[in-house]
Write a protein that binds this ligand. Structure first.
Ligand code: MG
Length: 360
């Protein structure tokens, strides 16, 4: 099939969140996001750029992504007909980095291509299951009682897995709370520890894994911890690409991989990471970035692939938003989300909500 793309549009929004979310690097109560709408052949496709306002998770921001898309990623897509998403994205293979910008445009292309061909994005990627097990990520809390109340609330909603944000100042206390009240839990430090605190991390017990204890650009300390820790080490920020994953595996720097399609450059790169990690015998799950249902739909499609063997960090829409930007994801039985089966991403965009929250 050959199809002509006619338009690529960027829409910046500020979507109010139900509650403030705090990690070791940020605290936000409004989800600022950038949507990508592509259109051609009478159909539309939607994507989402999951960068933040500030370069605090990775080096990109919403502004750098918008600039990269309009200057470098969108123009080659409009030059000539497209015969598939993989070959279309090859047109910007020369662009180094800017993974979140690439992932946002690629997602819109998948949605558009799926609608053109009448197939779901999950099935185009090689879907292996209809429902995916999910858990919640719990932000930093001010007290043990606040954490206890949050965990109790999530359990009442039906979640069976929680991942707690931790820092060097908030580590032993939340673990003690979670050991009392959560069914299964892991911890995520977002790079807030240094190699000097190795012994403290070696003394941990209880969490299913410890995610990204050390800096985003550090593999060596993660390898030192992995070699000695009874609690498995998971990597998130330290794996920005498939090539970085190869290095991390070669160094023995992880036992579990958190695959975020936005961080690695899109659904195709995420699929390649899942496959490589599974071949290496790693635990694998899909993570998110507080995206709306548009971005989440792409993450859920990747979570449906073979090789994803742990509950993914993809909570239902109601966890984050009063009003989502597309068909909300609802928590199903056994702490799962259903993979949308309709054409494209399988979610219907709420144009009224987009008009309401759009800022530019
Ligand atoms: Mg993380």
């Amino acid at each position: 099939m050959n199809a002509r793309l006619e338009r690529v549009e960027l829409i910046r929004l500020a979507v109010p969140m139900k509650r403030r979310f705090r990690s070791s690097v940020s605290a936000i109560s409004t989800c600022e996001t950038l949507l990508v709408r592509v259109s051609g052949e009478g159909l539309e496709g939607w994507g989402e750029v999951v960068a933040d306002v500030r370069p605090e998770y990775g080096p990109e921001t919403l502004d750098t992504a918008a600039r990269t898309i309009s200057a470098f990623l969108a123009p080659p897509l409009l030059e000539r007909a497209i015969d598939g998403v993989p070959s279309a994205t090859q047109r910007w293979a020369w662009v180094r980095g800017h993974s979140m910008a690439k992932a946002g445009v690629e997602l819109a292309l998948w949605d558009w291509w799926g609608r053109l061909s009448g197939a779901s994005v999950a099935s185009l990627l090689g879907q292996a299951r209809a429902r995916v097990p999910v858990g919640v990520s719990v932000g930093l809390c001010d007290s043990a009682s606040e954490l206890e109340a949050q965990l109790e609330g999530f359990r009442a909603e039906g979640y069976r897995h929680a991942k707690l944000k931790v820092t060097p100042a908030w580590l032993e206390e939340p673990i003690a709370v979670a050991r009392r009240s959560a069914d299964a839990f892991a911890i995520d430090a977002n790079g807030s520890f240094t190699g000097a605190e190795l012994d403290r991390l070696l003394a941990l017990s209880g969490p299913a894994f410890v995610e990204q204890p050390f800096a985003w650009d550090d593999l060596v300390d993660h390898a030192a911890l992995t070699a000695r820790s009874a609690v498995p080490v998971a990597l998130d920020e330290s794996v920005p690409s498939l090539a970085a994953l190869r290095s991390a595996i070669a160094l023995g720097a992880l036992e579990i991989l958190n695959v975020k399609p936005g961080r690695v450059g899109g659904l195709l790169a995420a699929k390649a990471c899942v496959e490589l990690a599974a071949q290496a015998g790693l635990g694998v799950f899909i993570g998110g970035m507080l995206e709306t249902a548009i971005g989440r739909a792409g993450n859920v499609a990747v979570a449906s692939l073979d090789g994803v063997n742990r509950p993914s960090d993809l909570p239902a829409s109601s966890r984050t938003f009063e009003t989502d930007l597309a068909t909300p994801f609802v928590l199903g039985p056994d702490s799962t989300l259903t993979v949308p089966g309709g054409p494209g991403l399988g979610v219907t965009v709420d144009e009224a909500a987009i008009r309401r929250f759009r800022t530019s």
